[in-house]
Design a protein around this ligand. Structure first.
Ligand SMILES: *[C@@H]1O[C@H](CO)[C@@H](O)[C@H](O)[C@H]1NC(C)=O
Ligand SMILES: *[C@@H]1O[C@H](CO)[C@@H](O)[C@H](O)[C@H]1NC(C)=O
Ligand SMILES: *[C@@H]1O[C@H](CO)[C@@H](O)[C@H](O)[C@H]1NC(C)=O
Length: 293
């Protein structure tokens, strides 16, 4: 009888530990996508930062949907304002040739753009994209950039997300990105959507959705097929096409846009559940989405 009680106790403790463990790290949900629309994109733009904006003229009540875009590569880096509808570059400021453009974000009337290895953050006026200042982020390099209205949210080549105060220039918080217990580096182009951080993992076709309070990946969105679709299309310069990079959210129209480095198109996509039985296993997802360092 005593042994039986011990066994029961053991089973209960085991189950409880298992349940607690699972609730601490629930498995990420796996999603696919559906293409809603496609817009032209400058095929030579090595997209490193992308944000949607809606600019309205208060006299005429007319609004224009634009992207703020940062492009990379030495000697080709820039910040741009482009028209969503036709991809036309409406404004553009080139960076000095020693800087490689990375993430970009708008806060108030300032655009912030980080650089790759020089660890700088450049500030531009949204009115005319004139350079109005720069500062050191204090990070070893710079990859993705977004903001929460108060702080710049930055990733570098590690697995860390940093919150940097654009006024004091201090790093006020950091959190490690994790899928389960696995620390996940290489979260690149970033977007904050309804309080959740979305970022694509460099060199993969996966978007991770990250809970910013814990750093845990809550969803994987598999974007496989988009790059392939463009590669097979007439007019695409295959040797230029690089990886998926670029997520933009239009909160007004609830539209999600994705693109890649030197992709000739920006896609409007809708997250989609896999049909029953078609979802890849979590092990398959992780082998496709975790970076191979
Ligand atoms: C708004 O539109 C009017 C009429 O076309 C134009 O004169 C004015 O310059 C525009 N305002 C801005 C801020 O672009
Ligand atoms: C139009 O009005 C909005 C809301 O008052 C304001 O935020 C925006 O700056 C105005 N736009 C221009 C071009 O003046
Ligand atoms: C943005 O504007 C708000 C409201 O005017 C202000 O409190 C805040 O300090 C500004 N942030 C930055 C980074 O300029």
């Amino acid at each position: 009888m005593q042994n039986y009680a011990k066994l029961l106790n053991f089973i209960l403790v085991f189950l409880l530990a298992h349940i607690l463990h699972c609730s601490r790290h629930p498995s990420p949900k796996v999603l696919s996508y559906h293409v809603v629309a496609e817009y032209p994109h400058d095929h030579s733009a090595f997209t490193q930062g992308l944000e949607h904006d809606r600019l309205c003229n208060n006299t005429t009540q007319e609004c224009l949907d634009v992207f703020w875009e940062s492009t990379g590569l030495y000697g080709q880096s820039s910040v741009r304002q482009t028209a969503v509808m036709n991809g036309e570059v409406l404004m553009r400021t080139d960076m000095a040739a020693q800087h490689f453009g990375e993430g970009l974000t708008r806060m108030n009337d300032t655009l912030y753009q980080i650089s790759w290895k020089s660890g700088l953050c450049f500030k531009y006026s949204v009115k005319d994209l004139s350079l109005i200042g720069s500062f050191h982020t204090g990070l070893s390099d710079g990859w993705g950039l977004t903001n929460d209205g108060r702080y710049l949210i930055i990733t570098d080549s590690s697995h860390t997300i940093y919150w940097v105060d654009p006024e004091s220039l201090q790093t006020v918080r950091r959190v490690a990105v994790k899928d389960g217990d696995h620390e996940l580096p290489w979260l690149n182009e970033l977007e904050l959507i309804n309080g959740e951080l979305w970022g694509n993992i460099w060199q993969t076709e996966c978007i991770a959705r990250v809970d910013l309070t814990t750093g845990q990946v809550t969803h994987w969105m598999l974007m496989h097929g988009l790059r392939e679709k463009l590669l097979h299309r007439q007019g695409t310069k295959k040797n230029m096409m690089d990886v998926l990079n670029g997520i933009a959210w239009d909160p007004h129209g609830k539209r999600l846009f994705v693109t890649g480095k030197q992709w000739p198109a920006i896609f409007e996509v809708l997250p989609l559940e896999f049909t029953a039985g078609r979802a890849p296993s979590l092990a398959q997802v992780r082998s496709r989405c975790w970076p191979r360092q």
